[in-house]
Design a protein around this ligand. Structure first.
Ligand SMILES: [Zn+2]
Ligand SMILES: [Zn+2]
Length: 331
């Protein structure tokens, strides 16, 4: 199988031909068709998120099961599936008993199994979710991290009908956050520091686009504030500013790995009883909901498609902020 291997931090990934793996009991072998590239891959590449080396990255994989290991129920060869970040827990700790395997200290992820930048990939069957018919491989791939994360963020914010959602950051996650919030029938503001993104945000369905100068929170308050802020930015400064734009009892859900501490204005925090919520991929039902909305056409991932041979170029493009909005490797 041809595979892009990361062997060192900050060095180009190497295309290698490795022996085809065989699934162990409980695992499946997937012929990968499409795999999205996420901002977290950059964090791994730069050593900000330490990973054991060598490693194959790519945690938005979609493909066809070609072999099923012993003891796998429910999945068959020929099934089209994607794989979640967390694939399997120890099965015995409190979190596993509660089906919250992502908190398990022994959780198995792509870091242990290898990712989708490869023609073939092993995964635990318990980490696989069927891709609905009618959703293409390349559109499905970004749902397995970006879409899932955004839907969990929305569910963690628990917006009520009539509430206003502001999306901070318009990248791989943010462009989906606007669409998912809209698909749930909410009023959606896009919050950006870049005037160039105004028309794009409108096309994605934002009811209003706030292009803020030096204070996103002030600009949001001037526009009436928000009940929910979906934070997808990497900038702690922008997240800090935006937090002050919450209405009373508002929730800011932060999904980006920000580059520092988010600061709360003590008086605003206290008197308005606002909440700052961390969010990642949560319940599997959030992923299924995200897939269903994408299949219905209410949410359309905007993607650029590249072959595996160009994986280093794609990573550099992502790092330079040039990807609109998700790059997908197609095998
Ligand atoms: Zn990701
Ligand atoms: Zn466990």
């Amino acid at each position: 199988m041809r595979t892009a291997v990361m062997t060192e931090v900050r060095k180009p990934w190497t295309i290698k031909t490795l022996p085809d793996p065989r699934p162990q009991p409980g695992q499946v072998l997937i012929r990968i068709r499409a795999s999205g590239m996420c901002g977290t891959d950059l964090h791994a590449h730069h050593g900000v998120m330490p990973v054991p080396l060598p490693i194959v990255l790519g945690h938005e994989p979609v493909g066809e099961i070609v072999e099923v290991g012993a003891g796998v129920d429910g999945l068959r060869a020929g099934d089209r599936v994607g794989v979640s970040w967390t694939q399997k827990g120890c099965g015995r700790c409190r979190f596993c008993q509660e089906r919250r395997e992502s908190y398990c200290a022994e959780a198995q992820t792509w870091v242990h199994m290898g990712g989708g930048n490869s023609e073939l990939m092993l995964a635990w069957a318990s980490g696989c979710t069927l891709v609905p018919q009618g959703l293409s491989d390349e559109a499905a791939a970004p749902i397995f991290c970006a879409g899932y994360t955004v839907m969990s963020g929305l569910r963690n914010a628990a917006p009520k009908p009539g509430e206003r959602v502001a999306v901070l950051g318009l990248g791989g996650l943010g462009h989906l956050a606007v669409q998912y919030a809209k698909a749930l029938g909410l009023e959606v503001f896009a919050l950006t520091g870049s005037a160039a993104k105004k028309d794009e945000a409108r096309r994605l369905g934002a009811d209003q686009v706030i292009v803020a100068g030096d204070d996103l929170g002030r600009a949001l308050l001037d526009a009436g504030g928000a009940d929910v802020i979906l934070g997808t930015t990497n900038s702690a400064a922008h997240a800090t500013q935006a937090l002050r734009g919450l209405r009373p009892e508002g929730r800011m859900v932060n999904m980006g790995l920000v580059d520092g501490a988010i600061q709360a204005d003590p008086m605003h925090f206290l008197s308005n009883q606002v909440r700052l919520v961390g969010s990642r991929q949560n319940q599997r039902r959030d992923l299924v909901e995200a897939l269903v909305l994408a299949t219905s056409g209410k949410v359309k991932p905007m993607i650029e498609v590249y072959p595996l041979d160009r994986v280093n170029e794609v990573r550099d493009r992502l790092e330079a902020g040039k990807v609109r909005y998700r790059a997908v490797i197609k095998h």
